[in-house]
Write a protein that binds this ligand. Structure first.
Ligand code: ACO
Length: 365
């Protein structure tokens, strides 16, 4: 079991409360547990929109140029095919690396494609790369994309190498929509810093992915499953959580810099899991772990509200879709790339070079 401790920090409080950009893309109201993406509350968006639809809204809001869901779907399909044609080059860049690191090398190896926008080229390549790397790890050949399918369905197909049931595709699509964008989170900020130098979109998205991989951000779902496995049974929930908190460990899937109440995305994902597998065996156990963890965190930190975050139910949803744990962060990136590409574009069009200052606390000459 990985132990997650965070060293004491200095000075700026992690830029807490600093407004770093104006954006038309998404809004996080942490006090009230509200997330608005491109003008819609996340729960409504997950009911009414596909991932391609949300991507169209985000891209349109960033560049003030309308684009339809059908156009996004066609562009992403074409981009998946292009990326597949480039796979030998991409896989060579990822050789010998773990899936999470290989994915980083793979997206860093991407380049502009004639007839495709850079944002489509990047987003289309992501599920091709994660599918190929995950299959390669099992000694299996990559699966050719099918441009006629939705991004979610084809992503699963390229991972599993079989036809995907509509309810499986719907669950992944709901996840993609739910995590497509989320205000000025660390990876989006990284994308905007790079884009603010007028560097290209490939560089901005690679930087964003690097920021996502840490366990305090997008790397938490795998440790969430490790935690659920380590707890193992109902009787062990209380002693296990009490001991972890007494040691000073962080409970993965809990706490958030902005939310002071339950992350609104947690319920959207819980509903998606229920629709996917009505009697999902892990769900009641996970709900018990969640309930006790919330109670114990409240007791331990009465002044700092710590509640369930999106990663807790992400872990269960992605596991129920038989996505390998090592692929969780690249799959998160596949969805969040909608936000990253839109934020990078918005920054390039409307922003100024991001260049904060530091306060020197070292010795003087
Ligand atoms: N478990 C136990 N204690 C916690 C947790 C947790 N999950 N999160 C915060 N705390 C405690 C800290 O130890 C600290 O206590 P202290 O003041 O006694 O030292 C206090 O709460 C405040 O913590 P901060 O580090 O200031 O909180 P911050 O806003 O920097 O961190 C974060 C937010 C990184 C998400 C944190 O809650 C955490 O580490 N959670 C676990 C990892 C996780 O779930 N990551 C996914 C986040 S969601 C996403 O990015 C998509």
């Amino acid at each position: 079991m990985t132990i997650h401790r965070v060293a004491g920090h200095r000075g700026t409080g992690g830029l807490d409360g600093v407004v770093a950009a104006e954006t038309a893309l998404s809004h996080v109201d942490g006090e009230n547990g509200i997330l608005i993406i491109a003008g819609e509350a996340v729960a409504d968006l997950a009911k009414t929109s596909s991932f391609e639809g949300v991507t169209a809204r985000l891209w349109a809001a960033a560049s003030e140029t309308p684009i339809t869901e059908a156009e996004v779907r066609a562009q992403l399909g074409k981009a998946r095919e292009r990326a597949f044609a480039r796979l030998p080059q991409i896989l060579a860049a990822a050789e010998g690396l773990s899936l999470v690191d290989g994915f980083r090398a793979g997206i860093a190896a991407l380049q502009a494609e004639p007839g495709l926008s850079p944002k489509a080229a990047i987003m289309g390549a992501m599920p091709v790369i994660v599918g190929a790397l995950a299959r390669q790890a099992k000694g299996e050949a990559p699966v050719k994309p099918d441009a006629t399918l939705s991004h979610a369905m084809d992503s699963l197909r390229m991972l599993h190498g079989r036809a995907i049931a509509p309810r499986e595709a719907a669950a992944l699509d709901a996840y993609f929509v739910t995590v497509s964008d989320h205000g000025m989170n660390a990876s989006t900020f990284a994308a905007r810093v790079v884009a603010s130098t007028q560097a290209d979109l490939f560089s901005a998205v690679t930087a964003a992915y690097c920021a996502l991989t840490g366990p305090l951000h997008g790397g938490a779902p795998e440790p969430v499953l490790e935690m659920l496995n380590a707890i193992g049974s109902r009787e062990r929930i209380k002693p296990w959580i009490d001991a972890a908190l007494a040691r000073g460990d962080r409970l993965m899937g809990f706490g958030h810099r902005i939310y002071r109440v339950r992350d609104p995305r947690a319920d959207v994902l819980k509903t998606a899991i229920e629709k996917l597998a009505a009697n999902h065996a892990d769900l009641p156990f996970a709900a018990d772990v969640e309930a006790y963890a919330r109670e114990a965190l409240k007791r331990k930190n009465p002044e700092r509200a710590l509640d369930t975050n999106v990663e807790f139910f992400t872990a269960i949803l992605l596991d129920a879709l038989a996505i390998p744990r090592a692929a969780f962060t690249p799959i998160f990136a596949t969805a969040r790339a909608a936000g990253w590409t839109a934020h990078a574009r918005e920054q390039q069009l409307h922003g100024r070079l991001l260049r904060p200052q530091s306060h020197y606390v070292g010795p003087m000459p």
